[in-house]
Design a protein around this ligand. Structure first.
Ligand code: ZN
Length: 119
């Protein structure tokens, strides 16, 4: 698995600010990436649906689920205002992918490297 461009986590763009837009991708359109990965029914109010599309979203969610666990992410998103959730998902994806690549330091490896450049 070569997932080097972790900046582009969920390519849903600015969908996060528009929570009433598309009913969560459930209903007739098939499950979102998260529900597809978890093989569960995607409900109309699925918290993951705006951020994990059925294609690439499933791969991103796999990393997030492996590191943090789906239920923890679900609980976390529930505590966060809707307009902040896209940023949250992007950073969680970044952290998860960094952690998979570097199980010891995770994204702290990036921070150390950057720190050494400025100090
Ligand atoms: Zn879903």
């Amino acid at each position: 698995m070569s997932t080097l461009n972790i900046g582009n986590c969920s390519n849903n763009g600015g969908d996060g600010s528009n929570n009433s837009g598309r009913g969560g991708g459930g209903g007739g359109g098939g499950p979102c990436g998260a529900c597809k990965f978890l093989r569960r029914k995607c409900e109309p109010r699925c918290v993951f649906a705006p951020y994990f599309d059925p294609e690439q979203g499933a791969a991103h969610f796999a990393a997030v689920h492996k590191v943090f666990g789906a239920s923890n992410i679900s609980k976390l998103l529930g505590q966060i205002p809707v307009q902040k959730r896209l940023d949250t998902v992007v950073t969680i994806c970044y952290e998860a992918q960094a952690r998979l690549r570097d199980p010891i330091y995770g994204c702290v490896a990036h921070i150390f490297a950057l720190q050494q450049q400025v100090c």
